[in-house]
Design a protein around this ligand. Structure first.
Ligand code: ZN
Ligand code: ZN
Ligand code: FE
Length: 773
């Protein structure tokens, strides 16, 4: 052949278990190229031989015409000597050499599979475990690498001849689809009544589950990453009963809705929200609910938003479609789908565990025999400023790496204790683990340790540096130090808000140059012994200095103050010298005796750590306007304050910014203004908006002041926003807009949570720079 040549191409990224080799095979065959393709420990190796033209076209297609789940991170092609063979082959995996292959996250059913699911002529018609190379479970079923069926929980099922044929055919959509199965050979459902735990022999178990749900019962359903507790979301009695049994008072339940059409009837959704809802990751998306929808009030009491997800597995599709309400006869198509646990425990993910722990909650269980190796919660996201923001990173997102602009040594970062998550690094990839829950209970500790170990094994990362929070009493900190017995790694203790800012820098690919980092959250250990949380840092990856912070106030009762916002209201009133008695009927819901005690605690400094926390400021304001004096769940007061705020209100309150060496932002004048407004019966919706506007103005003013400070030299005015308070769309949106109007370049989180679920990434990059030689 004229100008014939041969290339060896190495591809790294998510290229295994996603139909990449069949795609290469088809592309090569169509182009008339000869050669072969195989999986390696690091990705995929390809050799092609043909004319320069066809090779160029092939390479172009390889980069721009990928299967939906494939992601190329690196591609290297080298010229080698032609060998003159004909034909193209898919060769067996090579598992020698280093391991850097990536596992795909779990993926919701693709359009092709859904069509087959609904097609009476298809051999997988109504089969609840249908999947292909473009969709299905991945991370949750993998036991070890390389990603082959014997190393997944599908090893228990032997393929029938029909499935085996598809699996072996390079032109089939199920070529090497490891979880491939059918009703003949694959996983099966069982339905269990908890009364007697007897397995029902009915031929259509989904019908049984549906009947139970429509009859107002609670059914535990095994999903992709664990169990859900489900009930009819339009049946208030059923939802209230679920709340009582799950011991969850007010925290909103997520709902699962059959399709977009049904979702639009319940909630307002923008184009961006539609994209997020129907993305392969299928997160729970926070949407503004429509007035007068059929959703039972107890699903999300007093909440303007609803957490909505579309079906994330074929089983969910079958369940949701054709669901009918027994009351109206109308298709109901909406289920509460909340995590299968009691309050804050980890979700159940094995059949035995579910039958044990959930038997006091569920009337019945819809189980199956495909084991879940790795427990993964539902992800939670919302659209902020037209961009998706992942608030809980779990199913669908993990273990896709966050790609960094620089090389990292192998690091394990242990994260923080609220919204636990670890981060492992190799090369330019940072693997942020799934959300591992709040590390308060022994059960959560065990789940955390198991997840951390499994992820290290799976990725083959042996950390040389262990990073953790400064907080000595965090479980995650103790876990980090327990790893010293294994080998002798280096340690790096990273300040909480520095980690927040570094995490935002890393997600946005920023170089190691100083930025202004605004870190606003509930609580983080400060090196001066106070509790930080309203911080403006001048930071890069190597270090930080505290440039400004909210004036610190006493936090009466420590952690109790986070549960009882009224305590912070009293603290702010005392700090501003405002006599509470003069302001009736402030805090009328609280026993005056308790208020007196708290004032005494403050006066005498008993159990009153000082805090600059922004979260506690939100608490104080929510309590002052009697919106919320006691939190039923973490962050409730702040969430409600955002939700009620009148978006058309432009007014604001006073504050002072004193420009010492560390700037102090004092909101006492604002508290006095709020009291005036309350006295004049200004609506809470207006006060809430003015509060947000004041925060924004104070922060923008501080950034401008820092920028003009001769002591600092910053190449350009970059501002990073991080911390749990930036789950607040109103605050994030207004602050970003104002800062940009002042000429700042503003960076926010998108795929990494702004809350403590993203902090491990920041710890890792800081640790890498600190130990850089
Ligand atoms: Zn599919
Ligand atoms: Zn089969
Ligand atoms: Fe935090």
């Amino acid at each position: 052949m004229r100008d014939s040549g041969r290339w060896r191409i190495h591809v790294k990224g998510t290229v295994q278990g996603v139909g990449f080799r069949p795609f290469v095979y088809r592309s090569a065959m169509e182009a008339g190229l000869s050669g072969h393709v195989c999986n390696t420990g690091e990705g995929v190796a390809i050799e092609i031989e043909g004319t320069a033209d066809t090779r160029d076209r092939f390479l172009d297609r390889l980069q721009h015409d990928l299967p939906p789940l494939a992601r190329i991170q690196e591609l290297a092609a080298e010229e080698i000597a032609p060998v003159g063979t004909s034909g193209f082959a898919i060769r067996a995996s090579r598992s020698d050499g280093p391991t850097d292959a990536q596992i795909s996250p779990d993926v919701a059913p693709c359009e092709d599979c859904l069509r087959e699911l609904a097609d009476p002529g298809d051999r997988r018609h109504r089969y609840p475990f249908i999947n292909c190379t473009n969709c299905g479970p991945r991370y949750t079923i993998v036991e070890a690498l390389p990603y082959d069926r014997p190393k997944t929980t599908m090893k228990a099922f032997e393929m029938c001849p029909a499935c085996a044929l598809e699996y072996a055919d390079p032109l089939d959509r199920r070529f090497h689809a490891q979880p491939d199965a059918c009703a003949e050979c694959g996983p099966r459902l069982t339905f269990v009544r908890s009364r007697d735990r007897e397995i029902m022999g009915s031929s259509n178990l989904i019908e049984e589950a549906r009947a139970a749900l429509c009859g107002g019962e609670i059914v535990a359903i095994k999903g992709i990453g664990g169990f859900h507790l489900a009930c009819d979301a339009t049946n208030d009695a059923a939802v209230s009963e679920l709340r009582r049994r799950k011991r969850r008072d007010e925290k909103p339940f997520a709902i699962m809705v059959a399709d977009l059409e049904a979702t639009r009837k319940l909630c307002h959704c923008s184009e961006e929200e539609v994209r997020l809802l129907s993305s392969p990751e299928r997160p729970i998306v926070l949407l503004r609910r429509r007035e007068g929808s059929r959703i039972a009030p107890s699903v999300a009491p007093g909440n303007r938003n609803l957490g909505v997800m579309l079906p994330s597995s074929p089983l969910h599709h079958l369940l949701l479609h054709e669901l009918r309400s027994p009351v109206t006869g109308h298709r109901s198509r909406v289920l509460v789908m909340t995590s299968g646990n009691i309050t804050d425990e980890p979700i159940a993910f094995t059949n035995e565990d579910a039958l044990e722990r959930l038997s006091g909650i569920a009337h019945a269980f819809l189980l199956h025999d495909r084991e879940i190796r790795t427990r993964v919660d539902d992800s939670v996201a919302r659209v902020m400023g037209g961009r998706p923001a992942v608030l809980r990173r779990a199913r669908g997102f993990v273990p896709a790496p966050v790609r960094l602009s620089f090389e990292m040594p192998p690091i394990l970062a242990a994260g923080a204790d609220l919204k636990g998550a670890i981060c492992l690094t190799r090369g330019r990839n940072a693997y942020l683990s799934q959300y591992l829950g709040d590390l308060e209970h022994a059960l959560a500790h065990r789940a955390f340790e198991d997840a951390a170990e499994h992820l290290q094994e799976l990725l083959g990362i042996r950390p040389e540096i262990i990073a953790h929070d400064l907080h000595p009493d965090y479980f995650s900190t103790r876990y980090a130090h327990s790893l010293s017995t294994l080998h002798s790694p280096l340690f790096a203790a990273v300040q909480h808000h520095h980690a927040h800012v570094a995490s935002c820098m890393a997600e946005n690919d920023l170089p190691n140059e100083k930025v202004i980092g605004i870190a606003l959250d509930g609580t983080g250990f400060g090196p001066d012994g106070t509790v930080w949380g309203g911080e403006i840092l001048l930071a890069d990856y190597s270090g930080y200095e505290r440039a400004a912070h909210f004036r610190s106030v006493p936090m009466p009762g420590g952690d109790a103050a986070a549960r009882e916002p009224w305590r912070m209201a009293v603290a702010y009133l005392e700090a501003g010298g405002t006599r509470q008695e003069a302001r009736i009927p402030l805090l009328s819901q609280i026993d005056p005796e308790r208020i007196r005690t708290v004032r005494e605690m403050i006066a005498k400094g008993i159990n009153c750590p000082r805090t600059s926390s922004c979260g506690r400021l939100f608490d104080a304001v929510a309590a002052l306007i009697e919106l919320r004096t006691v939190n039923a769940f973490e962050g409730q007061a702040a969430m409600e304050l955002e939700q009620i705020a009148n978006e058309n209100e432009e007014g604001r309150y006073r504050f002072t910014l004193d420009a010492g060496s560390i700037r102090n932002i004092d909101f006492s004048p604002m508290i006095a203004d709020i009291l005036e407004d309350v006295g004049r019966d200004v609506p809470a919706t207006v006060i809430a908006a003015r509060f947000h506007n004041t925060l924004v103005e104070a922060l923008v003013g501080s950034c401008a002041s820092i920028l003009s400070d001769a002591r600092y030299t910053m190449r350009d005015a970059r501002v990073c926003l991080s911390g749990g308070c930036f789950q607040n769309a109103l605050l994030t949106g207004r602050l970003k807009k104002q800062l940009e109007a002042e000429g700042f370049a503003v960076y926010t989180h998108s795929l990494v949570p702004p809350n403590d679920g993203g902090i491990a990434l920041g710890q890792a990059v800081v640790a890498a720079h600190r130990h850089r030689t």
